[in-house]
Design a protein around this ligand. Structure first.
Ligand SMILES: [Zn+2]
Length: 304
């Protein structure tokens, strides 16, 4: 009898804390349940994802979606899951398609990313992007009401741990892998990893001039070594560490091919014209291939 009532109490507590009475489909078409109390808002057409982590002391979000309409959909899902406030919003990167909707949550939420994130966001801030988005629809214009640029109030160096409401949430600096500040979010007990945008399923990355492929590989290997059960990329569907293996295999092949063309004495322009990666032609964003070749060329030239 006592065991039974303890169980009833326990499951009632679980419902309160983790909202497990709700089916993911009640939360809107773009929400997937990852594990108890952990949900993902999957950006449509490969746009950026947002994570929702429930704790006994409030909610932790990962990124705020591509546009404020996404942020409002995330907020609506959070309100269905819990009456507790959003306490923290962790950024996996600095780009506008992960950060524009911060004003929807902060205040009261505190935003966190690695050192340098706020400065990079202020420098890259482009009011034109917002104006263009607002012209898309009255709904979007409405979603932008109250907009202001909100940058991380908390910046950490190297790593940081949030101990909140029964969860341990580790923030790990990924280094020079995509934007000016890139954070992986690791839940060691649940073995869930939010892996930022260094590896995106079936897609080429836009590799900026300050990013290096060896740094990307190093960041990916660091995440793989955590041995996560579920890997949630910044864009695309959740999966496993197979994403890391696929991405490293792609980079190794790219470096090998660019390397042998450099040894044949070919220039960067010749390599850009001649190099083919037929194994990866089905990947999205082929227009980013020139930035991949440039990055491979920098890596190969640097190691000569
Ligand atoms: Zn990005």
């Amino acid at each position: 009898m006592r065991v039974r009532s303890a169980l009833v109490l326990l499951s009632a507590t679980c419902l309160l804390v983790f909202g497990s009475s709700l089916q993911a489909q009640d939360l809107g078409p773009q929400i997937q349940k990852i594990k108890d109390g952990i949900y993902l808002y999957v950006g449509d057409e490969g746009n950026s994802n947002s994570g929702i982590i429930l704790t006994q002391e409030g909610v932790v979000l990962i990124d705020s979606g591509r546009m404020p309409t996404d942020s409002l959909a995330v907020l609506a899902a959070v309100k269905k899951l819990t009456s507790l406030p959003v306490r923290f919003l962790i950024n996996t990167e600095t780009h506008a398609d992960h950060t524009t909707g911060h004003f929807v949550f902060s205040p009261p939420a505190m935003i966190i990313n690695h050192e340098g994130a706020s400065e990079a966001m202020r420098k890259a801030y482009d009011p034109e992007r917002n104006r263009r988005l607002m012209e898309q629809s009255p709904e979007m214009r409405k979603a932008f009401q109250g907009f202001r640029l909100v940058t991380p109030q908390i910046e950490y160096r190297d790593r940081m741990t949030l101990n909140l409401g029964g969860r341990t949430i580790q923030l790990l600096n990924l280094g020079n892998v995509h934007s000016e500040a890139n954070t992986a979010i690791w839940l060691p007990r649940e073995r869930v990893l939010f892996a930022a945008s260094v590896a995106v399923p079936n897609s080429l990355n836009n590799i900026r001039p300050y990013v290096t492929i060896p740094d990307m590989i190093k960041g990916i290997r660091m995440m793989k070594a955590l041995n996560p059960e579920i890997v949630i990329p910044g864009h695309g569907l959740p999966g496993t560490t197979a994403l890391f293996d696929d991405t490293i295999r792609y980079f190794e092949l790219l470096l090998e091919r660019v390397g042998s063309m450099v040894r044949e004495g070919k220039s960067l322009d010749q390599i850009k014209q001649e190099l083919r990666m037929p194994e990866y032609e089905h990947w999205a964003n082929q227009n980013r291939m020139p930035t991949n070749i440039e990055a491979a060329y920098r890596a190969v030239a640097g190691s000569n």
